[in-house]
Design a protein around this ligand. Structure first.
Ligand SMILES: Cc1cc2nc3c(=O)[nH]c(=O)nc-3n(C[C@H](O)[C@H](O)[C@H](O)COP(=O)(O)O)c2cc1C
Length: 216
């Protein structure tokens, strides 16, 4: 159901290398949504690599996410304003969630909390991340979610129900993996590592840009 990254990690061709990412991402507008999970710090790596590859990265954060990593960190890494509220229009005179959604060629939510996935699965839009995502046409713009949570949260029937719904609705789920969790247990729900998230996104965009799956 969810995409699992491969074990590829050769130095040449590694998705951790901005030069490898550049052909896919240079000049591409990427929306990165950060929600309030302990893995929020790992989103810094994703934003940094994309920015180094020449992508125009816009970060949107939920209020909970700002408790884990400051917007200033993402602003410095992306070189762009960071969106933390649906009520504060930073750049646009249009409804900003609509223009941000229209401009994005791809969106990545990492980490995606249990709460965020529940909202997306049920069409709720009461924070800036879910609001922007609600205005994205997923037929044109792929939206990747990297779930991250404690294994009991991941195994809740509600979460599993939401995961099925999200996949049915055309979201691309990446992971989660299994391993050490911040609650000091080992289990399912650990966020896929940033480099592997980049690998899945890169491979999907490459596929969509081939003649059979031409990107818009
Ligand atoms: C220390 C701490 C760590 C948390 N880690 C996670 C997590 O990894 N995954 C998750 O789904 N929720 C986690 N939560 C709970 C979310 O922060 C909470 O559900 C919040 O309302 C999510 O809001 P958001 O989805 O709008 O970002 C954590 C809470 C705390 C206090």
């Amino acid at each position: 159901m969810a995409k699992q990254p491969s074990q590829r990690h050769a130095a040449s061709g590694s998705p951790d290398d901005p030069q490898v990412l550049a052909p896919v991402f240079r000049g591409t507008r990427v929306l990165v949504g950060v929600t309030g999970g302990i893995a929020a710090y790992k989103a810094c790596h994703i934003v940094s690599r994309l920015a180094q590859a020449g992508a125009q990265v816009t970060v949107a954060m939920t209020e909970a996410a700002t408790r884990f990593v400051t917007p200033l960190t993402f602003q410095a890494l992306s070189g762009r304003p960071v969106y933390t509220s649906q009520w504060e229009h930073v750049e646009s005179h249009d409804p900003q969630h609509v223009s941000l959604a229209r401009e994005a060629a791809v969106a990545i939510v990492a980490p995606a909390t249990m709460d965020c996935m529940a909202k997306l699965a049920t069409g709720r839009t009461d924070d800036v991340v879910t609001l922007i995502l609600s205005a994205i046409d997923r037929a044109k713009t792929p939206v990747f979610l990297a779930p991250s949570m404690n294994d009991a949260m991941w195994n809740q029937p509600s979460t599993q129900r939401n995961v099925r719904q999200l996949v049915d609705d055309g979201f691309h789920l990446i992971g989660p993996g299994e391993g050490w969790q911040a609650c000091r247990t080992v289990g399912a729900g650990r966020m896929t590592e940033p480099v592997q998230i980049l690998e899945v996104v890169t491979d999907t965009l490459r596929l969509r840009s081939t003649p059979r799956g031409k990107r818009r």
